[in-house]
Design a protein around this ligand. Structure first.
Ligand SMILES: Cc1cc2nc3c(=O)[nH]c(=O)nc-3n(C[C@H](O)[C@H](O)[C@H](O)COP(=O)(O)OP(=O)(O)OC[C@H]3O[C@@H](n4cnc5c(N)ncnc54)[C@H](O)[C@@H]3O)c2cc1C
Length: 544
């Protein structure tokens, strides 16, 4: 298969990129499951954007930088915040409807933790669904875009990898590299295809599935991070995992998030005896403190009381308001037996957002020529040590614009460069894996290990033990890669294992607590780390 632009992923970043690039060449989007399966579709709260006359770019920048605790790249913050209104207008042109106030006709702006103004554009509480619906409709209308579902990228095809394959070597050494596309597994047929492209974009989303409890969809297995790292690109700040404080606590409610917007509208957090507790942890901001503060407060209450959950109560607000503002949350909670207009909701924290990722410049370019990373999988420096609520859809949206602009300008230059013949995928002596338990067991071990040892509160000893326990699993997975014919489950296991290793490494290097990383042995911020990213590179696995 051959295309001008290969886009991996059908969330907000992948779909916007496809629409921006399709008038400049052929586009293939490969996506792991169905085209609707993404974190974007699950977004409830909305997109932050300075749009109200009472608001100011400087305030949004300040809130973002304050949340990022010394690690935001301020040039990127300015770029994204200031480009937001223009990109939002374009999103509306694609057909996205944001909720308006019927009496004023102006946007009904939501408020979330860490924001000094109401600035969250939303479509009820199913903003992500609305975005995905419109963008997919537009993508399907475009004759230059092809979407391949159940297509999973295994690894990037790079010039170094191809040379190594031709020499019969198992891995490529570090060299000055150019990306020429990717090997993809067609999960329906089990075949591996080489998809050749002038430019390749990893828009693969987050890595929540590395943890036992997560708000993320099943597709969020850190694939982009693992693929780019294996190809030799640098990754950064992976220790900064944001834990969302409030996921519904119910044995059957897999991944259901209770949006921060509820706390923005006055919902209180209560301990199991019904007492509010946030004042103890952040007397000023209380329920609207940043997510890491609220998640740690809940973690501490759970440890103090020995109970399984705390409660979130919005029932004192008028019933009509709750149902109108939060129809999705109301309906879903009702389905699980909780009437949020009458009673508090049981909630627990869960892994939610990866603040770090593949290192890119302000156009989404990685260290490898022709390879871009956009959206949650990338680390542009926008979020620093902690993401401000509703800033991630915004980053995906604006950075897709940036990447498209750069891609269009360099496409002809890359087309003219050397053409390389690609060896077909060689299964060698690999056989079918007839014991699925080899995958499911390691899958469970890794996710539990990460939750218990590398979770909301970390310690140096637990990080060291996590590294030791992961090592033999990584070796086993590496061996299986050569011994068995690869499957979707195996590829995901391989990627969560590597991403877990990188998170542990990054967390061990950071001898302080900052943003989404809290180590009880180093509970304070260390000035030496101010503005220092944790950058990891394949051949050294050292902080560079
Ligand atoms: C429950 C929930 C609520 C949220 N609410 C908000 C909110 O209100 N506001 C906000 O700003 N952010 C929110 N976020 C975060 C935000 O939704 C994500 O950060 C953002 O949508 C990421 O977009 P993306 O395009 O980078 O990736 P995604 O939307 O996650 O899409 C990733 C795509 O890549 C595909 N993929 C992954 N690996 C491969 C592979 N190997 N091969 C092929 N395809 C692959 C996936 O199938 C998927 O299509 C929320 C997240 C969750 C989980």
């Amino acid at each position: 298969m051959q295309t001008d632009f290969l886009i991996v992923g059908s969330g907000i970043s992948g779909l916007i990129l496809a629409l921006k690039l399709a008038d400049h060449g052929s586009v293939i989007i490969v996506t792991k499951k169905s085209k609707e399966d993404s974190a974007t579709r699950l977004a409830q709260g909305g997109i932050a954007c300075v749009i109200d006359s009472n608001d100011d770019f400087v305030l949004h920048e300040y809130d973002t930088i304050r949340a990022g605790e010394g690690l935001c790249h301020e040039d990127i913050v300015r770029l994204i915040v200031r480009k937001a209104p223009e990109c939002i207008k374009e999103l509306e042109k694609f057909g996205v409807n944001f909720t308006k106030n019927p009496s004023t006709g102006f946007y009904d702006l939501g408020r979330e933790g860490g924001h000094s103004r109401r600035r969250i554009l939303h479509s009820g509480d199913f903003t992500g669904k609305e975005i995905i619906r419109c963008l997919i409709d537009r993508v399907l209308e475009h004759k230059n875009i092809e979407i391949l579902e159940d297509f999973i990228v295994v690894d990037c095809l790079t010039t170094c990898k191809i040379s190594a394959l031709k020499r019969g070597e198992k891995s490529s050494s570090r060299c000055s590299d150019r990306c020429l596309g990717a090997y993809c597994l067609d999960a329906k047929t089990g075949k591996i295809h080489a998809v050749l492209s002038t430019l390749t974009f990893l828009c693969t989303g987050g890595a929540g599935k590395v943890y036992l409890y997560t708000s993320n969809p099943d597709v969020a297995t850190g694939d982009g991070i693992a693929i780019a790292f294996r190809a030799g690109a640098r990754v950064a700040n992976l220790e900064f995992v944001q834990f969302h404080p409030t996921c519904l606590y119910h044995s059957k409610a897999k991944n259901f998030l209770i949006s921060e917007a509820l706390r923005g509208e006055g919902a209180r957090l209560l301990d199991p005896s019904g007492k509010p507790f946030m004042e103890k942890y952040d007397p000023v901001n209380k329920e609207l403190a940043n997510r890491d503060v609220v998640a740690r407060a809940i973690d501490s209450e759970l440890k103090r009381t020995g109970k399984e959950c705390v409660y979130l109560d919005i029932s004192y607000r008028p019933k009509d308001f709750i149902i109108k503002r939060f129809p999705n949350i109301y309906e879903n909670c009702f389905r699980f037996g909780f009437d949020i207009t009458k009673e508090p909701i049981p909630v627990v924290p869960a892994a939610h957002y990866m603040c770090g990722g593949i290192v890119t410049d302000s156009f989404g370019q990685t260290d490898i020529r022709g390879l871009f990373a956009v959206g949650e999988t990338a680390c542009t420096g926008f979020h620093g040590a902690n993401r401000l609520a509703s800033n991630s859809l915004l980053e995906g949206l604006v950075m897709a614009h940036q990447a498209a602009q750069k891609a269009i300008s360099i496409k002809s230059q890359l087309e003219a460069s050397e053409k390389v013949s690609i060896p077909p995928w060689d299964t060698g002596g690999a056989v079918d894996m007839d014991e699925a338990v080899l995958i499911s067991h390691n899958w469970d071990v890794i996710r539990r290990l990460m939750w218990n040892y590398v979770g909301i509160v970390r310690s140096s000893k637990r990080l060291m033990l996590a590294e030791q326990r992961l090592k033999p699993i990584l070796e086993e997975i590496n061996q299986h890669y050569w011994d068995y014919i690869i499957t979707r489950d195996f590829l995901e296991l391989r990627n969560i294992a590597l991403t877990a290793q990188l998170i542990i490494k990054a967390a061990s290097f950071r001898k302080e607590s900052r943003g989404g990383h809290f180590n009880q042995d180093f509970p304070q911020k260390d000035d030496w780390n101010w503005r220092r990213d944790t950058i990891l590179q394949r051949d050294t696995l050292e902080r560079v």
